[in-house]
Design a binder for this molecule. Structure first.
Ligand code: ACO
Length: 331
């Protein structure tokens, strides 16, 4: 489904947080049968961050939120809704959103989580847009945070080299000028759910001694299938979002694809014929941080002064579900 906006929402502050602990490819060589050469050439990842034992997803979210609020010139009491996109919540219940609300001291505002794999943050943008433009909320804190290394199987070299931990947050408000979210496109295919999933811990396979022994509480993935679908869907979603916004591929100043694998990022850029210098990447530093990867990229571009008034950014993600979504955005 796609949508073009006349009224629009905009990002008025961005923030991020990554844990201090760095795990390099050389460190991983000591844990599983892999090599820096294999990981670098197949994924582009050189290192990733690992949350400390006392850090959960809400802790990373709170740090990122404080930065986003400060950059927006706001206090926690100024926001009226918290949405957290995550696949690695502190607890199944309550939501991570509620832990963040408590930690920020944001008062009794509503808070909830979105689960859409790595696409969750863009899904969150689309949900927040609806809530702001229909007048239900004025200032939404949209968080994308993960501690994926807690649901990673450290014996499985197919997956454990890929993921990292990070928090991100943006403040969203209605735009009073030409800037903001121009259009969006989102989709899902539940038929492909078991190509990337965590089988245990829900009501299908509740936790048991057996489920733990079988590593069912970790991410299971058919990497090749994810790869093929990701490239196809991210290309399609970007084109649909551009079309709805009345823009051409040539109008893109920056493409921020979900940072899953440098080969997926490059292939998506090539499909859209976006020159490589306009395709954002930071996967070498953080690995795949799922929902945090796009807002983190946006924050880095903003910090580097690359987002000027009028800059056109296309943000596109793909994740478990499968889910996919893109947003065309004028800074
Ligand atoms: N080190 C060394 N060898 C490895 C490793 C490793 N870490 N992992 C796999 N291999 C081996 C395999 O065992 C296989 O060996 P074999 O030929 O003897 O059987 C060989 O490398 C090739 O394996 P492939 O799976 O074909 O490797 P591929 O080139 O497809 O790369 C990868 C694997 C990196 C996982 C790739 O498929 C990929 O990135 N897929 C997308 C994954 C992804 O992005 N997932 C998350 C997206 S959604 C989300 O973020 C939640």
């Amino acid at each position: 489904m796609k949508k073009k906006n006349k009224r629009r929402i905009k990002i008025t502050g961005t923030g991020f947080y990554v844990p201090d602990k760095v795990l390099t490819n050389l460190d991983l060589e000591k844990i599983v049968d892999t090599s820096d050469e294999w990981i670098t050439s197949r994924t582009g990842i050189k290192e990733r961050r690992i949350a400390s034992d006392d850090q959960a997803t809400s802790d990373l979210s709170i740090e990122a939120s404080r930065m986003a609020l400060e950059n927006a010139g706001l206090k926690a009491k100024d926001i009226d809704l918290i949405i957290v996109a995550t696949s690695s919540p502190d607890t199944i219940l309550p939501s991570t959103g509620c832990w963040v609300q408590k930690g920020l001291g944001a008062g009794n505002i509503p808070a909830f989580d979105i689960s859409a794999g790595c696409t969750g943050w863009i899904y969150g943008m689309i949900v927040a847009e609806g809530l702001i433009l229909n007048g239900a909320h004025k200032r939404i804190l949209l968080i994308g945070s993960e501690v994926l290394t807690r649901i990673t199987n450290w014996k499985d070299r197919n997956t454990c080299v890929l993921f990292g931990d990070a928090g991100s947050a943006v403040v969203l408000e209605e735009s009073d000028d030409e800037s903001g979210m121009l259009s969006s496109y989102w989709g899902a295919d539940g038929n492909l759910g078991n190509l990337l999933y965590m089988p245990g811990g829900g009501t299908r396979i509740p936790a048991s001694a057996e489920s733990v022994t079988q590593d069912l509480h970790c991410i299971h993935m058919k990497g090749n299938d994810v790869f093929k679908h990701a490239v196809k869907r991210m290309g399609e979603a970007s084109l649909e979002a551009l079309k709805s916004a009345g823009l051409e591929k040539e109008d893109i100043d920056y493409l921020i694809p979900h940072q899953a694998n440098s080969r997926i990022i490059d292939a998506t850029g090539r499909r859209l014929k976006v020159p490589s210098e306009k395709v954002f990447t930071n996967i070498h530093k953080y690995g795949n941080v799922s929902v945090a990867s796009i807002p983190l990229g946006l924050h880095e571009l903003w910090e580097e002064g690359k987002l000027k008034k009028g800059t056109i950014v296309v943000m596109v993600a793909f994740g478990a579900g499968f889910t996919w979504a893109a947003v065309a955005y004028r800074w």
